[in-house]
Design a protein around this ligand. Structure first.
Ligand SMILES: [Cu+2]
Length: 248
């Protein structure tokens, strides 16, 4: 009896081990699937990501620590920023999902600052293999806590004026918080191909140098989730794709 139980446990761990390997190989295959080529006569995808409904009032973030630096007033949450005029949503990451080949990925190091006790910018999108300089422009201690699954996680303090540099190798959405100041949060969105953009103040985005073809296009917003659509890109032409989120 004991022997057979041991056998089951052994087989179980074997199966688990093989499955773990399969998942790992699969992720590696996805990360390496994109091929860089010279794009000739590429097209452009532009659009706006809109909010359908009344412009929501921003949530208040209660500042209850280091007020000398962080300020004596509460801050406004950036989890859903809707433009009063265009109804466009800021900080939405729009990307092509299934593009197999295209322009070279830009892996220039980008900066994510902690300034006046807020992350700036609130959302950054990078190509896999990009390093991010995590800065602290304040004169108080901040912390950088990454909530990653595929990429190596970290949870480290960073003193005033300091910097941590971390590389993000695998596509995923990584939430980053500061455990010293509980109201602080941001996202590093890591993409497996270079066809992505973050919407601006008016909710607009622009993705350039796309090879002609049909693709799945996706919008991601931290609070409202994902929306997908289809886009057909023609050589040297501009194609418009708009997304509309309704209140949850
Ligand atoms: Cu902090």
């Amino acid at each position: 009896m004991v022997k057979s139980l041991r056998y089951v446990a052994f087989v179980g761990s074997l199966v688990f081990g093989v499955m773990g390997t399969a998942v790992w190989v699969n992720q590696a295959a996805i990360a390496q699937a994109y091929k860089e080529i010279d794009v000739k006569d590429g097209g452009v995808i532009v659009g706006i990501v809109k909010f359908d409904g009344d412009v929501p009032t921003a949530k208040i973030l209660k500042v209850d620590k280091d007020e000398q630096t962080c300020g004596h007033e509460n801050k406004l949450s950036e989890e859903l920023v809707v433009n009063g005029e265009s109804k466009g949503i800021k900080n939405v990451v729009v990307s092509l999902v299934d593009i197999a080949s295209g322009k070279k990925a830009d892996t220039t190091t980008v900066a994510l600052d902690q300034k006046e006790c807020l992350f700036s910018p609130h959302v950054v999108a990078v190509s896999s293999g990009t390093s991010v300089d995590l800065l602290n422009s304040d004169n108080v201690m901040h912390n950088l806590h990454s909530w990653s699954i595929k990429n190596a996680g970290f949870n480290e303090g960073v003193s005033g004026g300091g910097k941590l540099t971390k590389k993000f190798d695998l596509p995923e959405v990584v939430k980053i918080t500061c455990d010293v100041h509980k109201w602080m949060s941001s996202f590093v969105v890591v993409k497996g191909n270079p066809y992505f953009a973050v919407t601006d103040e008016s909710g607009r985005f622009r993705i350039e140098n796309v090879p002609a073809g049909s693709y799945k296009i996706e919008a991601w917003q931290e609070k409202l989730g994902k929306k997908t659509g289809d886009v057909s890109v023609k050589p040297k032409e501009e194609t418009t794709v708009d997304f509309v989120y309704t209140k949850k």
